[in-house]
Design a protein around this ligand. Structure first.
Ligand SMILES: CC(=O)SCCNC(=O)CCNC(=O)[C@H](O)C(C)(C)COP(=O)(O)OP(=O)(O)OC[C@H]1O[C@@H](n2cnc3c(N)ncnc32)[C@H](O)[C@@H]1OP(=O)(O)O
Ligand SMILES: O=C([O-])CC(=O)C(=O)O
Length: 371
């Protein structure tokens, strides 16, 4: 038995939700480029859960259900007030999502009907708790969700307490579409491993949030913004990046386990970053990002992944950098829950083997005789 480090190239599940074939990403067989240009996030969530695009009445039904479920129990909001104000936002999200299960009477109902409903609930509630967390730590009151609006609108509205601009809603909606699913990435795999023990959907999503938090995965979008803030100016890009490259340090937002020739989502986020810069009348972050890309791709051949240009986009939308990864979770919960539903359809415990590389033939030594 020989281990493959990081399970690279190992096919660990059969799935009909999303595919990456020859560098092309599809959700349920539809190219991500088409979805990014034409679909709303709610259409995409429906597509991931049900395997087909919704009709108008199915879409209206989903939006109504999201509105119905978006409010979270007052006990959950009260518990958010008790978190330290400097809590890590992903740790807070992981904790609050775990607590949502305590107030859901059907949390342990394993029927498909209940699980589909819980997928919609989680999708509806994540934006509410992220926005409430962000406001409470600033000493502001949470804003109740609106009914009959999309996830992107509602999140921006609950975050700021103001009607969001149409252009901001459209940008956020596209970002949500682009992050919704991605085959067997680490957080989705974590969710599938958890529920394959026949644990519940909340446990699967909590596992996934924990995996997404790390900077090699979803946490990279925040790390990119930390880097852009550290660089500080267009003039400082070259010396800063050159120094990192010379010292063989990682440049966050570059590289990918599966895409070696570029992440198809990055171009959409790059375009969004350029457009937001033009609209804001300040393209510095976009120009800095392009300069970083030129240097890193030019010297290392590494291409930007989905996390790279999302950092400048979210900043230009006025979002604090430690909410970037929670926003990723707001989108990816659609994919996680679709994978949980798929796992339950034909479940088998996920339990690989380890290659043992430790000592053999050892014996127990009584404590008094240990040196
Ligand atoms: C939504 C997402 O999860 S997308 C990924 C988000 N993560 C990041 O942006 C973090 C930065 N990127 C990385 O750390 C990696 O590229 C990962 C984690 C995404 C993929 O990791 P792996 O498939 O294990 O690639 P691995 O780390 O083996 O890299 C292969 C080579 O490229 C180098 N490399 C990979 N990414 C980078 C990077 N961002 N900067 C500099 N060098 C890099 C590695 O150092 C390694 O070089 P070597 O062969 O000389 O040792
Ligand atoms: O697939 C991966 O390994 C990481 C990624 O891009 C994602 O989760 O969107």
């Amino acid at each position: 038995m020989t281990a493959t480090k990081g399970l690279e190239g190992i096919v660990a599940a059969a799935s009909s939700i999303s595919s990456i074939i020859d560098g092309v990403l599809t959700y349920r067989g539809i190219n991500i480029d088409e979805l990014a240009e034409q679909a709303t996030f709610e259409e995409v969530a429906y597509l991931l859960w049900h395997g087909k695009l919704p009709t108008q009445s199915e879409l209206d039904g989903l939006i109504a259900q999201l509105g119905e479920f978006a409010e979270v129990p007052s006990e959950v909001i009260e518990s958010l007030r008790l978190y330290p104000k400097d809590s890590n936002s992903m740790a807070a999200l992981r904790t609050v999502v775990s607590s949502l299960a305590l107030y859901d009477g059907e949390a342990n109902d394993m029927s498909r009907e209940a699980n589909v409903r819980k997928a919609v609930k989680l999708q509806a509630q994540l934006p509410t708790v992220v926005a409430a967390f962000a406001r409470i730590r600033q000493g502001l009151e949470p804003v109740a969700p609106k009914k009959g609006v999309g996830v992107a609108y509602n999140f921006l509205y609950m975050l700021s307490g103001k009607e969001p601009a149409q252009v901001a809603v459209e940008a956020m909606d596209k970002a949500l579409v682009l992050h919704a699913d991605h085959e067997l990435n680490a957080s989705t795999f974590a969710a599938r491993v958890t529920v394959a023990t026949l644990s519940d959907i909340y446990s699967g999503v909590v596992s996934a949030i924990g995996a997404l938090k790390g900077p090699l995965h979803g946490g990279a979008n925040e790390a990119v913004m930390v880097m852009l803030d550290d660089i500080g100016s267009l003039d400082n890009v070259e010396p800063y990046i050159q120094n990192k490259l010379n010292n063989k340090q990682k440049i966050m937002g570059f590289g990918h386990r599966v895409y070696k020739d570029g992440d198809p989502r990055a171009k959409h986020l790059q375009q969004m970053s350029r457009q937001l810069g033009e609209l804001n009348g300040d393209s510095t972050l976009y120009e800095m990002s392009v300069k970083i890309e030129d240097l890193v791709t030019g010297q290392k051949g590494l291409k930007p992944n989905v996390d790279f240009y999302s950092a400048s986009c979210y900043t230009m939308l006025g979002i604090p950098r430690d909410l970037f990864t929670p926003i990723f979770a707001i989108s990816r919960v659609s994919g996680w829950t679709a994978h949980v539903l798929e796992q339950f359809e034909d479940n088998r415990l996920i339990r690989p083997r380890a290659e043992y590389v430790g000592p053999v033939g050892q014996h127990y030594v009584p404590i008094a005789k240990r040196g």
